[in-house]
Write a protein of this length. Structure first.
Length: 106
C-alpha cells in the first residue's frame, strides 16, 4: 500500500532544493540534497510531517472505505442470517486493513 503520493514527496524536494527523487522500495524515498554528490534517504521526520499535513493517500482511502463497507455488510449479514460468521469475517478484514495502514518508517 502506498502511504505517500510521489507528488507530495516531490513537492517537498522541490521546496527544499533536493533533486532526482526515486523510491528504492516502499516507503524508502531517496534524493540528492543540495550540493551533494550522493543521494540520501528522505528523513523519516520529513515523511511523517508530510503525512500529517496531507492525510490519507488514495490507496489508504480506498482500503478504509472497503473496511467500512465490509463492517456494514458483516453486521447486516449477521442480523439477516442470525449467524456471527459474517461479522467475524468482516472483523478479520478490518483488522488486516488497519495493520496495513500502519506507516513503518525507520
Amino acid at each position: 500500500m502506498k502511504h505517500f503520493h510521489e507528488e507530495w514527496v516531490l513537492e517537498w524536494c522541490q521546496d527544499n532544493g533536493w533533486t532526482d527523487l526515486f523510491m528504492e522500495r516502499h516507503p524508502n524515498y531517496w534524493a540528492f540534497p543540495p550540493n551533494a554528490v550522493m543521494p540520501e534517504p528522505i528523513p523519516a521526520k520529513v515523511l511523517r510531517a508530510i503525512k500529517a499535513q496531507k492525510g490519507l493517500s488514495q490507496d489508504e482511502q480506498s482500503w478504509v472505505i472497503a473496511a467500512v463497507v465490509a463492517a456494514g455488510l458483516g453486521a447486516l449479514g449477521t442480523v439477516l442470517w442470525q449467524c456471527p460468521l459474517p461479522l467475524v469475517v468482516a472483523f478479520a478484514f478490518c483488522s488486516l486493513t488497519v495493520a496495513r495502514l500502519e506507516v513503518e518508517l525507520a
